[in-house]
Design a protein around this ligand. Structure first.
Ligand SMILES: Cc1cc2nc3c(=O)[nH]c(=O)nc-3n(C[C@H](O)[C@H](O)[C@H](O)COP(=O)(O)OP(=O)(O)OC[C@H]3O[C@@H](n4cnc5c(N)ncnc54)[C@H](O)[C@@H]3O)c2cc1C
Length: 397
């Protein structure tokens, strides 16, 4: 299909999941339209902007313009103020996501993707010829476009899956209610990211400090949605920032949610694949979803090309997408979810005890695996699950 109102694939949303799906579909010969409701991709920045380097080059050549800081260590603070330091196992970055997301879109457009911003997709209709019509509002004008495959990359607020009959609801405790500030006039080590845990600091979550320079940082908090009715996330963050950075100047405030669940049981339907946050593909413990979204996007784009080549866009033909996602990260995320409560809901006493147990490990030998080992100690079922997960999916924290 190629005319202005007909495409092989329409991607809804131009975040990392959307732009990478679009690019790989186009690179594999498909005509692709990507619709984004905001004025520019990546804005507002609903993200702490941290990412590990490993594998990033699969998607993009690393460019200094969108790297705010290179990270060499992570510090974890427990409620009693103890600090555990881990040296990064791989290179880490704090991104400038507004530039990074745009760069991913530029790559997609250079591969032939047509991208339209200010295009809010509002609904869909199935047609008798096995195509789908999507309705969208472009600069206030009602428009429609026909396609054979829709890639729903519309983030945590996703509606696309529901239009196709998928169950996409999240339990309250599986939504991390988050608020983040960009703060200036502070002093931070720009190569170290910090996490603060504790029921009084961030119940069911954590506070992060991700440095953007020596004098500025992305500081935020995520708490489990089930705790948000007692006290708002912003109150936790204000208390933290006032205590830690009394002279800070807050320049940006962003409120957002993160789906800290397992991947939706069904991420495909006839003519549809859901990717990224829309499919709940975020790491359920860390809330990291950028790289996950790109990995899913690549698989979805390639699967779309294969389906169109075979002239079959049914759910059955799109199944390799969910199978490959399961193999890549799906089973690992299920395992992470199984220990999520142990990590994020631990009592202050338990957190303090874990830090005591890990305190004497040298930072360059101390890894997330060691930490999780302490977290699950004394829980035979989890130890068995963990061993199984290692064998089955070769987990490498
Ligand atoms: C506070 C916070 C901190 C985070 N920190 C990190 C971190 O440090 N590291 C990390 O890896 N991840 C982090 N994440 C998660 C990460 O931001 C997401 O997992 C990632 O952005 C998912 O990409 P996506 O493309 O699926 O969705 P998004 O980036 O959310 O993109 C979805 C896009 O779809 C568009 N859209 C939605 N509906 C429509 C519609 N109807 N029509 C057209 N367009 C539409 C939206 O405007 C948006 O641009 C954080 C998230 C939050 C909220």
């Amino acid at each position: 299909m190629t005319n202005e109102n007909q495409f092989d694939v329409v991607v809804v949303g131009a975040g990392p999941a959307g732009s990478v799906s679009a690019r790989f579909a186009a690179e594999n010969g498909l005509s692709v339209l990507m619709l984004e409701r905001d004025r520019e991709p990546g804005i507002p920045v609903r993200c702490a902007e941290g990412i590990s380097g490993g594998g990033l080059e699969t998607f993009i050549n690393i460019d200094k313009r969108w790297i705010a800081s290179e990270i060499t260590a992570a510090r974890l603070y427990t409620p009693d103020g103890n600090m555990l330091e881990m040296k990064s196992e791989v290179k880490g970055y704090v991104l400038e996501r507004r530039i990074f997301d745009s760069a991913l879109c530029d790559i997609a457009c250079n591969k032939g993707v047509i991208m339209k911003t200010k295009s809010n997709v509002t609904g869909m209709q199935r047609n008798n010829d096995h195509t789908v019509t999507l309705f969208y509002k472009f600069l206030g004008e009602e428009r429609q476009v026909k396609c054979r495959i829709v890639i729903g990359a519309d983030g945590i607020e996703s509606r696309v899956g529901r239009w196709f009959g998928l169950k996409t609801n999240l339990k309250l405790e599986d939504i991390s209610t988050s608020v983040q500030y960009t703060i200036n006039n502070i002093k931070v080590d720009r190569h170290v990211i910090s996490f603060f845990f504790g029921t009084k600091i961030a119940p069911g979550g954590y506070v992060w400090i991700f440095p953007k320079s020596e004098t500025s940082a992305n500081v935020g908090v995520g708490i489990a949605g089930s705790f948000a009715s007692h006290k708002r996330a912003q109150e936790y963050l204000d208390e933290f920032v006032c205590a830690k950075f009394p002279n800070a100047s807050v320049s940006y405030i962003v409120y957002a949610g993160i789906p800290i669940a397992t991947t939706l049981p069904n991420i495909i339907a006839d003519n549809l694949m859901l990717v990224g946050d829309a499919a709940h593909q975020v790491n359920p413990i860390t809330g990291g979803g950028i790289k996950q979204a790109m990995i899913a996007g690549k698989i979805a784009g390639e699967t779309a090309a294969e389906a169109i080549r075979k002239d079959d866009c049914s759910a059955k033909a799109l199944k390799p997408y969910s199978q490959k996602w399961e193999k890549a990260l799906g089973s690992k995320h299920r395992f992470m979810y199984s220990i999520k409560e142990k990590v994020l809901y631990a009592s202050d006493e338990r957190l303090n005890k874990i830090s005591e147990m890990c305190k004497n490990m040298p930072p360059d030998q101390f890894t997330l695996t060691d930490l999780f080992k302490q977290v699950i100690k004394g829980d035979p079922k989890l130890i068995a699950d963990m061993a199984k997960a290692f064998v089955v999916s070769k987990i490498n924290f």
